[in-house]
Every structure is written in C-alpha cells, then in structure tokens.
Design a protein around this ligand. Structure first.
Ligand SMILES: *[C@@H]1O[C@H](CO)[C@@H](O)[C@H](O)[C@H]1NC(C)=O
Ligand SMILES: *[C@@H]1O[C@H](CO)[C@@H](O)[C@H](O)[C@H]1NC(C)=O
Ligand SMILES: *[C@@H]1O[C@H](CO)[C@@H](O)[C@H](O)[C@H]1NC(C)=O
Ligand SMILES: *[C@@H]1O[C@H](CO)[C@@H](O)[C@H](O)[C@H]1NC(C)=O
Ligand SMILES: *[C@@H]1O[C@H](CO)[C@@H](O)[C@H](O)[C@H]1NC(C)=O
Ligand SMILES: *[C@@H]1O[C@H](CO)[C@@H](O)[C@H](O)[C@H]1NC(C)=O
Ligand SMILES: *[C@@H]1O[C@H](CO)[C@@H](O)[C@H](O)[C@H]1NC(C)=O
Ligand SMILES: *[C@@H]1O[C@H](CO)[C@@H](O)[C@H](O)[C@H]1NC(C)=O
Ligand SMILES: *[C@@H]1O[C@H](CO)[C@@H](O)[C@H](O)[C@H]1NC(C)=O
Ligand SMILES: *[C@@H]1O[C@H](CO)[C@@H](O)[C@H](O)[C@H]1NC(C)=O
Ligand SMILES: *[C@@H]1O[C@H](CO)[C@@H](O)[C@H](O)[C@H]1NC(C)=O
Length: 562
C-alpha cells in the first residue's frame, strides 16, 4: 500500500522507474489516468476468460506437495490432477470399449510414471481416474542428491487402452539442509505455510501469518519497546516497512530474541538487484525470517513487467529457503505479468469509507477506465475483499497455473485521503474472517501503529486464528463455501480435517438477521466441540447449526466433532 510515508514515496520516486505500458506522460494508476482533466484512456491489460471448449478437456498436472524439501527429509509427495477443464488440456475421448479386465476403465484410468528428466529415474508409477484432483503419491526423495538447482520432473502416461498419451512437467527442489536460521515452505495442496526454526524445535509446523505492516522509521526504529509492544499484542508475524539500512540488524536481532517471524520488505529497492543481493545476505540467516516481499503494488505503479521476476531470480539464487510475495493492487491489470516472480500473492482492497465513484483526492469520476478512488474497481463494500481474492484465484485458473497461495492485506488503518473513516472492530473482524473463508492463507493488515481499539480487536482474533485448534483446521485443507438459502449476506465456509470440522460464519449485512438462521451442513456432525470465536449461541439440531438470529456484521467460528 502506497501513500503514507513521504520518505518511501521519495525513495520510490528516486528509482526512476519507467512505466512500460504508459505511452504518454499522463500519470496513471492501474493504467488509468487519474488527474483531473486527463483524457479517458482504456488501461488495457484486462485478463479475460479463455474461450471455453465445447467438450471437456483432460488437464493433467503434477506438482510437488511442498515447494521445497530439505535433505533431512526422506519422504516427499507429488500431487497429480487429472481434471476435466473447460479451458486447458487435451481433447478428452472416453472409451466405452471394455478391455479384458472388467475392473479397468479403458480411458477412465490413467497410468503414469513420474521421473527425473535428466536420468529417467522413475520416482512414482501409479494411476489416477479422470476427473480426479489432489491425488497424492509419496516417494523416497533420499535417493536424490540434495542440490540448490531444481530437478526437472516429467509425468508421462497413457490411458488404459494406450490410445491417448499425455505429459506434464514440474520442478522439484531438494535442498541441502539449512543449518542456520529458519526454513519456510508452501504446502501446495492446502496453500498454507510450514515454518521451522529453533523455536519450533527445528520441526516444520503449520503457520498462519497474522499481523501488520508496521512503520519502521516512525515506530519500530524509535525503540525496541515499540517492538515489544507489538509482540505483546499476540500477533504471529510482522512486516516492517523498512527502507534498507544496515542498522536494521538491531531490530532483526530483537525479532529473533522474541521469536517474532518477519516478512522482509524490499519495496523501495527491489529493482536494484545489487541492493536485493545485499539485503538477502543480510537477512537470510535470521531464525525469524518468514518470507521475502519485493514489489508493493507494481501493477498500480506500472513497474516494468520483468521487475518482480528479476528480483525473484536474484533472491532465490541466494536463498531458496523462504518464499517470495508481492502485493497486487489492481483488480484486473496485467495480472499474468505482475504475478510472476512471486510464490504467493497478496491483495490489498480497502473498501471501507471510500467513495467508489468519485475520487475525493483527485476530484474526478472513477470507473473501469478512469480515476483512482483508493480501491480499484471496488463498490465500497465488505465483499470487495472477497471478490478480489476470488478474482485472483480465477485469473490463475484462466492461465492454467498451479494456484499460488493468496494472502489478504485487510484495511485496519485510521482513514485518510480516499478513506472517510476507519473500519469498526466488527468490520475489521469481518474482513479478516471473510478473507479466510475465501481461501486467504495469511493476513497482514495495513498498518501499525493503528488506533488502539483496532490493535486490540485484531490481536484477539490473531490469538484464535494462529493457534490450535483453529490453526490446524485452517491449514489442514481448503475451505468449502456454503450458501444459505434466504440469507445471501451470510458468508459461510467450512474445513474438515480428521474427525473435526470448522465452520466460519460472517454476516456481511449491516443489520441483524430478520429471521432464525439454520445452516444445513453437508456432512454428519455429532456435537459442537467449541466456539473459539464470537459469542453466537449455536445449537446443533440434526445436521443443522441453528441460532435465533445474528447481529449486524457478526463473526463466528464453531468447531464440530464428526
Ligand atoms: C469513465 O469516466 C471517464 C471520465 O468521465 C469517461 O470519459 C469514460 O467514458 C468513463 N468510462 C466508462 C467505462 O464509463
Ligand atoms: C467414461 O466412460 C465410462 C464407461 O461408460 C464411465 O463409467 C465413466 O464415468 C466415463 N468417465 C468420464 C470422466 O466421463
Ligand atoms: C491403480 O491405483 C490404485 C489406487 O492407487 C492402486 O491400488 C493400484 O495398484 C494401481 N494399479 C496399478 C497397475 O498401478
Ligand atoms: C467430474 O467431477 C465433478 C465433481 O466431482 C462431477 O460433478 C462431474 O459430474 C464429473 N464429471 C464427469 C464427466 O464425470
Ligand atoms: C484405439 O483407437 C483405435 C483407432 O484410433 C480404435 O480403433 C480402437 O478401438 C481404440 N481402442 C480402444 C480400446 O478404444
Ligand atoms: C534462536 O536463535 C536466535 C539467534 O539466531 C536467538 O536469538 C534466539 O534466542 C533463539 N531462540 C530460541 C527459542 O532458542
Ligand atoms: C539507522 O540508519 C538510518 C539511516 O542510515 C538512520 O537514519 C537511523 O538513525 C539509524 N538508526 C539507528 C537506531 O541507528
Ligand atoms: C543500488 O544499491 C546499491 C547497494 O545498496 C547502492 O550502492 C546503489 O547506490 C544503488 N543504486 C541506485 C541506482 O540506487
Ligand atoms: C526488463 O524490462 C525493461 C523494460 O521493458 C528492459 O529495458 C530490460 O532490458 C529488461 N531487463 C531484462 C534483464 O530483461
Ligand atoms: C460520491 O461522491 C459523489 C460526488 O461528490 C456524490 O454524489 C455521491 O453521493 C458520493 N457517494 C457516496 C457513496 O458517498
Ligand atoms: C448483539 O448485539 C446486542 C446489542 O449490541 C448485544 O447486546 C448482544 O450481546 C449481541 N449478541 C451477540 C451474540 O453478540
């Protein structure tokens, strides 16, 4: 997120960034002219759905379960998808002709090998059904030599009748173990993080970052007591908005002492690869380094398309042990280009208190081709947050990519400029929980210091979300959405892991519900185990969660035994 600290703006300006897509000198944000009097120009760069195929396509994909493995691990897993897609893959021809064995479906069963491209060493031989996804295949990774470069992997297979063949490729990282600092993995199946450092006993544990972008010069750098104050609020992670200076180490040392995992921000320097190299070397061995962060709103700012990838390559050549994130600000502006060079994507739609159709800052209209109202193509409602997360997920589907995890940057600041007011406590809780319902894997709010009551409100939620049992349920699978007939403004999702289910209910309405709520669960529930968040007095009746009514903008988490 841009705007607040003149020092950062100056730093960004000093980079001399040339906007690659700008053909004139008209200042633009997300490609749109925003100064009063500028001519209207369609920004371009909108990603449209590919033309759907009239018959289903067979889309075979393979990916390692974890984005990296280290040499202390002996078992690894591949995820194999054999989806029927309307956009990607090969024409799919089902065959009804029976082969000798009646248990073999001629082209419903796909047989494959997964092998190392360089040596043809076979790692997995197995089969999957057409129209199945998330098939998991373990293999012994210790037969490979740990190395810094990726292993190129090929999946090669055929239908049972041998009539159709297919291939898919991926990269597998099996790194020499890291003996200093931390290691952070992405779980490509469920999208969450796995974090390991001396405070986790050097075991990988599921991790949800829940914290704030935090002012460096205006707060953290002023005193270690400020760092301690933040830590004491119970956030699981921090994102210092620092401009690079070598004396940063005083603060980073203190993060290590406290065990406060941090996201290292290179927003002001990420296009200077010499600086990136220095910074990665400075921070890579901290036991609390969680993730790298390069570009802050490169799409809004129209940074060169190759900038995030160049930074990514520089970082990962030195440190492949921590994933790299980027925050996108625009709703649909050169998504493919700007999402490159990131292992996970963040969104920062801030809808509270904006005027979505008239820019107070620039005194112009805002629409899909013109103006900057602080939240690109937003409506100024809570759903802007979940819509943005859904959009980023959908664009990846359009592109046929293995999905990168999405993180939310919810609005939790004291309103100014575009924003008439700051969110209420309820609204901040709603935006955070709504993000999780729509698949966000971490939450890094903008910005700290914030108003005391928002700092406290968010800290209460952080302590619930980032700890067992909620943590394990949120990271143990992907959320499933539930729509509740008659209650369109209830956003409900559930997660089933083992013998428990987490149900998350968010009331998006600014009024209490007019009637009783009954949430028919699509699974068998035996009992309510606990209600870790909210004060809704749910009753389980058969397989329905029931309550007399919900307050305006209520949030609730309930755990059920199955
Ligand atoms: C957006 O507003 C500009 C400036 O008023 C106008 O010229 C343009 O036609 C509008 N675009 C759309 C898509 O409504
Ligand atoms: C392929 O055909 C078989 C036999 O008719 C059928 O059982 C199976 O469901 C079909 N598979 C798909 C994915 O259409
Ligand atoms: C096909 O897959 C099933 C389930 O994983 C497995 O039990 C069976 O052995 C496989 N068959 C072959 C020929 O690999
Ligand atoms: C594919 O799976 C989906 C969901 O599991 C199901 O709704 C659909 O009918 C299946 N398609 C075919 C052709 O079997
Ligand atoms: C394989 O394809 C050939 C022609 O392409 C066809 O004659 C044959 O029936 C097919 N086999 C099966 C098992 O579908
Ligand atoms: C972990 O190591 C750091 C130094 O890298 C040290 O400051 C910290 O106290 C250690 N934490 C634990 C829990 O051992
Ligand atoms: C760190 O360095 C910056 C700029 O180089 C300076 O402004 C700041 O005062 C220094 N802070 C400390 C704690 O030494
Ligand atoms: C790039 O970073 C290096 C190392 O910090 C610095 O010496 C150099 O001045 C920077 N270049 C520019 C153009 O800012
Ligand atoms: C990155 O893109 C810029 C602007 O399009 C171009 O000038 C530069 O040569 C590119 N750099 C590399 C290393 O490809
Ligand atoms: C947005 O600003 C316009 C122009 O000042 C005004 O007419 C409109 O009522 C405002 N909308 C909202 C939701 O505040
Ligand atoms: C609903 O709101 C009322 C009035 O603010 C409050 O007294 C009550 O405790 C709330 N109920 C729940 C379940 O939060």
């Amino acid at each position: 997120m841009r705007t607040f600290w003149p020092a950062i703006a100056a730093l960004l300006g000093a980079q001399g960034v040339t906007a690659q897509t700008t053909t004139t000198a008209i200042p633009r944000w997300c490609g749109k002219p925003y100064e009063s009097g500028s001519p209207n120009i369609n920004p371009g760069g909108q990603l449209e759905p590919p033309k759907p195929s009239s018959t289903p396509l067979l889309f075979v994909q393979v990916e390692p379960r974890h984005n990296i493995y280290v040499s202390s691990e002996k078992t690894a897993t591949f995820i194999v998808d054999a989806a029927l897609s309307q956009y990607h893959g090969e024409p799919y021809r089902n065959s009804t002709q029976q082969l000798g064995d009646p248990d073999v479906q001629p082209f419903n069963d796909l047989y494959f090998n997964i092998l190392l491209e360089s040596t043809d060493q076979v790692l997995v031989t197995n089969n999957v059904s057409v129209n199945s996804t998330d098939n998991l295949f373990d293999f012994d990774i210790s037969t490979l030599k740990p190395q810094l470069d990726a292993y190129e992997i090929v999946l090669s297979g055929a239908s049972a009748d041998g009539n159709q063949t297919f291939t898919a490729t991926t990269k597998l990282f099996y790194l020499p173990d890291k003996t200093t600092g931390s290691v952070t993995k992405i779980d490509n199946l469920n999208g969450g993080l796995l974090f390991r450092n001396n405070a986790t006993n050097n075991e990988f544990v599921p991790f949800i970052a829940f914290g704030f972008y935090t002012s460096y010069g205006g707060y953290l750098e002023l005193s270690l007591d400020n760092v301690k104050k933040y830590y004491d609020l119970g956030y699981s992670a921090i994102h210092p908005v620092s401009s690079y200076s070598p004396n940063l180490t005083v603060i980073l040392d203190y993060f290590d002492e406290l065990n406060l995992p941090f996201q290292y921000d290179m927003r002001g320097t990420y296009q200077n690869l010499t600086s990136v190299e220095e910074e990665v070397n400075l921070a890579k061995d901290y036991s609390t380094l969680l993730t790298w962060y390069t570009a802050d709103e490169p799409d809004g700012n129209q940074d060169p398309f190759n900038a995030t990838s160049l930074a990514y390559d520089t970082i990962t050549k030195i440190d492949k042990y921590h994933p790299v994130g980027v925050v996108l600000n625009c709703q649909n502006y050169f998504f493919d280009e700007y999402s490159q060079g990131a292992d996970f994507l963040m969104e920062d739609a801030y809808p509270i208190g904006i005027n979505a159709t008239w820019s107070k800052k620039w005194d112009t209209p805002c629409n899909t081709t013109y103006g900057d109202c602080g939240c690109d193509n937003c409506l100024g409602e809570l759903q802007d947050v979940s819509n943005r997360i859904d959009d980023l997920a959908r664009y990846q589907e359009y592109l046929g990519q293995s999905p990168k995890p999405i993180w939310a940057v919810p609005q939790s600041f004291d309103g100014e400029q575009y924003w008439d007011r700051n969110p209420t406590e309820d609204e901040t809780w709603v935006m955070n929980q709504l993000s999780l319902n729509h698949g966000a894997k971490s939450i890094m709010m903008w910005t700290f210091p914030t108003l005391d009551h928002l700092a406290t409100a968010n800290s209460l939620q952080s302590k619930v979300i980032t700890k067992s049992p909620v943590l394990d349920l949120l990271t143990g699978t992907q959320p499933q959405a539930l729509s509740i007939p008659g209650h369109q403004l209830l956003d409900v999702a559930y997660w089933i892991v083992g013998s428990q289910a987490l149900v998350s209910v968010v009331n998006l309405a600014y009024a209490e519900t007019s009637s009783e709520i009954s949430i028919q669960l699509p699974f068998d529930a035996a009992a309510i185990s606990s209600t870790p968040w909210g004060s809704v007095d749910w009753k389980l009746s058969g397989n329905a969660l029931e309550v007399q009514g919900l307050n305006a903008t209520a949030t609730s988490l309930v755990i059920l035994d199955l």
